[in-house]
Design a protein around this ligand. Structure first.
Ligand SMILES: NC(=O)c1ccc[n+]([C@@H]2O[C@H](COP(=O)([O-])OP(=O)(O)OC[C@H]3O[C@@H](n4cnc5c(N)ncnc54)[C@H](OP(=O)(O)O)[C@@H]3O)[C@@H](O)[C@H]2O)c1
Length: 295
């Protein structure tokens, strides 16, 4: 049993992951900037003013970092882009400053992104050893992982390059489904843009395996690759809804500004590396996963 602290654990992934790891027998604490009157295993910090509850450090053997301002929540103004970087890179740096003298920490596990390889080769299935792309998201990911690597001075380091998480509780899938439910869903542009995906429960199992076997380095957490067109049509079919004609690229760009790249571009990734460590996906079929969520 480990004492696990999940920084940024109050969100979509953290809430489910904390429950999953508690069921597996670990003592799990959430580290958040906000108080909670519901969860007694809640600790506070404020990375901006550089304060942290000392209980988050004492006795902690595994530190998971899921912090990050939501990429698709607001238009990408200059200050928002800074927030996207700082909420990942600066929080990681502050965590390292806080833990660097700990003799108990054994493992640092950082969230990272699977869509970070650039969009020049849409048919290529990227592996973990491939280099990152040159767009904003790839650059954020590169700097986020570089900051995470500081922890290698004191413990093992893993970086979980997470695909788009399919969940009943929120996230990108529900955002995609909302307009479809209301009758104005549509494929975006050609719809060919790749979307690596993973069902939430499988993602928690990836984290569990990485912690149990102290797997170091980067791992894709992705069950497979779909496309905007395939996913949109599948959701519409499952919900028994019709789609409007595809939205042209220039309209998406006008509506979403710089953030449009998240909707118009994507890359495929391989899950061979995590499978070679013995991981098998419980939910590897997109059709039945969408049925499970919406059916
Ligand atoms: N969900 C996905 O499909 C997906 C895919 C790839 C990668 N990821 C990455 O995985 C991580 C977790 O994702 P999620 O879906 O669980 O996100 P989420 O629901 O938005 O939760 C992220 C957490 O980050 C914390 N946070 C936000 N801004 C912060 C800041 N400025 N400083 C410190 N903490 C901040 C928040 O915690 P408090 O407000 O409680 O402090 C929040 O609970 C994120 O880094 C995300 O980029 C997610």
């Amino acid at each position: 049993m480990e004492k696990i602290v999940i920084a940024g654990g109050s969100g979509l992934i953290g809430t489910g992951l904390a429950n999953h790891l508690r069921k597996a027998g670990h003592e799990v604490w959430i580290l958040s900037r906000r108080p909670s009157d519901q969860d007694r295993f809640f600790l506070n910090w404020d990375p901006e003013s550089r304060s942290i509850d000392s209980l988050a450090i004492a006795g902690t053997t595994v530190l998971i970092n899921l912090c990050g301002a939501e990429l698709a929540a607001k238009r990408w103004t200059k200050s928002r882009i800074k927030e996207l970087y700082d909420s990942r890179v600066e929080t990681t740096r502050f965590l390292f400053e806080s833990f660097k003298n700990s003799s108990e920490i054994k493992h640092y596990v950082s969230a990272s992104g699977a869509v970070a390889y650039g969009f020049e080769h849409p048919e290529k299935v990227y592996k973990e050893e491939d280099s990152f792309g040159n767009d904003i998201i790839s650059d954020i990911t590169r700097k986020w992982e570089r900051a995470a690597d500081q922890f290698s001075k004191i413990c093992s380091v893993s970086k979980v390059r997470i695909a788009v998480v399919l969940s009943e509780s929120g996230g990108a899938l529900q955002k995609l489904a909302n307009p479809i439910k209301k009758g104005f869903g549509a494929v975006l542009s050609s719809g060919e843009q790749a979307i690596p995906w993973i069902y939430s429960e499988d993602l928690y199992r990836v984290f569990e395996l990485i912690i149990a076997h102290k797997l170091e380095g980067a791992y894709h957490a992705s069950a497979g690759n779909t496309s905007n067109k395939e996913l949109t049509k599948l959701i519409a079919k499952t919900l028994n809804k019709r789609l409007l004609p595809a939205v042209p690229k220039f309209v998406v760009r006008i509506l979403f500004g710089k953030m449009a790249m998240m909707l118009l571009d994507g890359n495929k990734v391989s899950n061979e590396k995590i499978r070679s460590e013995g991981f098998s996906f419980l939910h590897g079929n997109l059709n039945s996963t969408i049925q499970r969520i919406f059916g």
